[in-house]
Design a binder for this molecule. Structure first.
Ligand SMILES: Cc1cc2nc3c(=O)[nH]c(=O)nc-3n(C[C@H](O)[C@H](O)[C@H](O)COP(=O)(O)O)c2cc1C
Length: 546
């Protein structure tokens, strides 16, 4: 029997309620604001090229397999992978304040996600296979460890030539500094954004990108050196999250699922390898959040975890609505920004609205082909200003097999009608007509952006049953899927000449009440809004790298 009580308890106590927010410091302790970038002091740096880019690609094609010819895996092409996924895209200035923005968004712009890459010696032009840490501030790689060829061969024996590994982790303290107990959720959202950003950037390089399901969190900690506790401040540990296999060989579609866990001997050899650097200290003082420690420990992937249900074959329900936007993918990826305010006026056509939400539908194509678990998230849409679509509450059932389950769980009075002009094969349903602007605003912590756009939404996850079935570790995956949906919507908004924002602040149970969801069978995990932004003239924008 899997014990999921810690995870359910964490989720419950980190809900925001109308009269009570999840526990947080309640003020901004500026003196201890975490340093925005992680470095490994003492590690050698390799500067990545800034004057190069993958071949141009029409934006719509980043959702296609094999859209670009596979690039040779080398330091230059790995630079491209990061430049279009996790690099800086601008420095913002307001008065004396200055902060960086990146390709990937982050709750509170606190960026807990760290990235590591393990390259073969030929790819990194080093004598040994090398583990690097990516530093977005300088767009460079820090050499974290040199591994023997035996380690490399043992880890990658099942992989096609040219493959390499990318590992991601979260420095949870960054988010906890501001958000307290709810921070663990935000780290997972951010992780999902980073996964989608990497998967789509890999398309530009002509590479496959698959998450690995067979490695435990402990194994990943060993590979990335995150269990070398003496090299980190104890409160600022970097929590391993996931491992991905990147390969230029497109014939390896089922690869990561079969990618074996490392042998015990290999893990020991990794421990004894040559390691470099010590993590910089991010804050002088810290606040302890024991419930985060508990949920972090409980949701680690155990060594013997298997998916209780094999990953289903993804069927695409995507359909083209109207002509694809005529924009370049690299430009869209680099111009992505969150809106601070929406104009509360502009409208969008039905086709563009449908095109945006259709992109979130899973299928055997990027970015969804990166995942190893069945689809769990559906979209409750507050439609506000879409020409040809009656304002109201709608549901996009991302896995149409779940329609019945959702119908049974939600309000009996919902009408479940396919909106006029929408093909019946498209899994979008009107639940109830009406002006939902006030509801959307109130439910998203009274934020105007949730009411002033074309539409906003809550991501409704199948919650208790998948966590019970797979294990507590699956709690993280639910948020990762939500973050990926967010990343796609960010790009879709930009491609349509609009703008969007992820919304982590919402009142959990009031959302469930609106939908008639009585227990934790389904839970809203992330909100989002899309519309036309109002720019803030006080902010100035500088180049990401000088
Ligand atoms: C998980 C997540 C939750 C967020 N929640 C909110 C929110 O509740 N309200 C808001 O105005 N912005 C929110 N944002 C937007 C961030 O503030 C924004 O991503 C960050 O400031 C960086 O700016 P950028 O997205 O333009 O790069 C959220 C972003 C993410 C990824």
């Amino acid at each position: 029997m899997i014990d999921v009580s810690t995870v359910f308890a964490y989720h419950e106590r980190t809900k925001h309620h109308f009269r009570r927010h999840a526990q947080s410091p309640g003020y901004m302790d500026w003196a201890n604001q975490p340093h925005p970038f992680r470095y490994y002091d003492g590690a050698t740096e390799t500067q990545l090229a800034l004057d190069r880019a993958p071949p141009p690609l029409a934006y719509g094609r980043i959702y296609e397999l094999n859209a670009s010819p596979p690039a040779l895996v080398c330091i230059g092409s790995v630079a491209d992978l990061f430049r279009y996924s996790l690099a800086l895209t601008a420095w913002k200035h307001a008065g004396t304040n200055r902060w960086a923005l990146r390709v990937n968004p982050s709750s509170g712009n606190l960026h807990p996600t760290e990235a590591y890459v393990l390259l073969e010696s030929t790819a990194c032009e080093d004598e040994f296979p090398t583990l690097y840490h990516y530093v977005s501030e300088t767009h460079c790689l820090e050499r974290r460890a040199s591994f023997s060829k035996d380690i490399w061969n043992s880890l990658t024996r099942n992989l096609p030539a040219g493959s390499f590994l990318v590992g991601l982790s979260s420095v949870v303290w960054r988010e906890a500094w501001k958000y307290g107990e709810r921070a663990f959720r935000y780290c997972q959202h951010d992780m999902g954004h980073a996964v989608a950003a990497l998967r789509l950037s890999a398309v530009l390089c002509g590479w496959e990108f698959k998450l690995v399901s067979s490695w435990s969190t402990d194994d990943l900690a060993s590979l990335l050196g995150l269990n070398r506790h003496e090299e980190f401040s104890p409160e600022e540990r970097d929590e391993p999250a996931l491992l991905a296999v990147v390969t230029p060989n497109t014939s390896a579609a089922k690869l990561a699922v079969d990618f074996p866990a490392p042998a015990k001997g290999t893990i020991e050899e990794i421990r004894l390898a040559q390691w470099y650097g010590r993590a910089n200290q991010l804050s002088r003082e810290h606040v302890a959040w024991p419930v985060i420690d508990d949920v972090t420990a409980t949701t680690r992937m155990p060594r013997d975890a298997t998916l209780a249900t094999p990953p289903c074959e993804l069927v695409s329900h995507w359909q083209p609505f109207g002509p694809a936007p005529n924009v370049d993918a690299q430009q869209v990826i680099h111009q992505r920004r969150s809106c601070l305010a929406l104009d509360g006026r502009s409208r969008v056509s039905r086709d563009i609205f449908l095109r945006m939400v259709a992109r979130t539908l899973p299928g055997p194509h990027p970015p969804w082909d990166a995942l190893y678990w069945p689809t769990t998230i559906h979209l409750a849409l507050f439609v506000q200003r879409v020409d040809g679509v009656t304002p109201g509450l709608y549901l996009l059932v991302r896995d149409p097999n779940k329609k019945r389950l959702l119908q049974e769980a939600m309000r009996e009075t919902f009408v479940w009608q396919t909106p006029p002009g929408v093909p019946t094969s498209f899994p979008l349903y009107l639940l109830i007509e009406g002006d939902c602007r006030d509801a959307a605003r109130s439910l998203s912590c009274h934020q105007d952006i949730a009411a002033d756009g074309f539409f906003s939404l809550g991501m409704i996850a199948e919650f208790a049953e998948p966590i019970r079935r797979h294990g507590a570790w699956f709690y993280r995956n639910l948020f990762w899927e939500a973050g990926m949906i967010g990343q796609v919507l960010y790009l879709e908004a930009e491609a349509a000449g609009a703008r969007s924002t992820g919304i982590g602040c919402y009142f959990d149970d009031p959302v469930h009440e609106v939908l008639g969801l009585a227990d934790n069978q389904f839970q809203s995990l992330y909100h989002f809004t899309v519309g036309v932004p109002v720019e803030d003239d006080r902010l100035h924008t500088g180049r990401p790298y000088s």
